[in-house]
Design a protein around this ligand. Sequence first.
Ligand code: FE2
Length: 427
Amino acid sequence: MRAYWVVALCAVGCGGSDDEPPPFTDVGGTLLVPQCGYTVTSRLGAEPPRKAIDFVGPDPTPRLVHLGIMGDPQTSMVVQWRTVDETTRVTEIRYARGADLTAEALTETADGIEFGYEATGTKIYRVHQVHLCDLEPGTTYSYQVGSKDHFSPVYSFRTAPDIAATPDAEVVFGFLGDSRDGYDIWAQLTAQVQQRTPDLVLFSGDAVTIGITQEEWEEFFGRAEPLLARVPIVFAHGNHEVNATPYYAQFAMPGDQQNFGFDYGHAHITVANDTPDDIGALTGSIVDFLREDFEASKDARWKLLMHHQPMWSASNHGSNLTLQQHWQPVVDQYHIDLVLNGHEHEFEITKPMIGQTPQASTENATVYVVAGGAGAELYDNGSDFWTQYSEKTHNAAVIRVRRDQLTLEAFRPDGTMIPAGLTKTKP
Ligand SMILES: [Fe+2]
């Protein structure tokens, strides 16, 4: 392993020495991360990302440490946090291969990038990111972040397995959504998920009541830090995030962080934003994206789609008929195994569906699951011709994927099991 520097991509007007950051501009800039093969770009409203320098402000204590994925999850990890004061720019990680190591054993170091964003009360919050891209597949690392005398606790994470080398590897996904304004329940459920040793957390949107409100993001990340500092989170944008800058600033995900796909173990996971700034994209460019991503991954053993608003629901909002009309035909065409949703504050699982018709078998059919009970005030559940089971309860789920089998089981905050789930096998 080796440490690296994130290099500024200075197409125009950088000037100065290598250690001099590019100037701020009114709109987002771009940093190339050569070792990772991708760029980091901030959205309108955030400062352009820039290479960190050795400057320590009055309180550089790391807060809200959490993990993300922008590259291949077999070999890369993004470690992200913010500092208490917004002037601290130093961004360091100490890490080493091995689980639960002592701080003294973290012999590798790397530096990263930082940028600020504006949230509630026009206050600037400073994000720090380290992008590690030369990791070993299926391997546990220990790390801590911060600077000088202000380092975080030591956490451990695990990279995704290389299924070519270990075809029998199983991966585990925690699945939750709709924590907004219910962070005691959120803390309970993330602890329940952590007990089930996930590799990845899938969150189906609506973490906060409104995306600009930093106080709620502090609760979301802070209450779940024991999980999110050890397991990367992938997030589908929900209507309550309102495409706000603090939402995009606080997550590290592939592409534009809205519509993307990636492989993890034997699963291909597609994520889509069903409340984009341009609502016309729902029936246009996002349908095109789904078709292209599903086509590119058509040989994947297991195919999962995560977005926020369910195509099939008998709860408060009911089925999203726009998505059902424009997205489901593509889901059916490519035989997506499992669609993951939130938006409805309950648990709900459909019968296997093709078009408008429930199927007796899961073969070539799609099961739709709402796990929108990670803290928000509950809605009444319901039942209709597509319903396999629904329950008015706070909940989370765990999905286990191996080459020949996918299972989903759901549970309540006290850990008791919801009596419905999914077991699907393939030869
Ligand atoms: Fe929602």
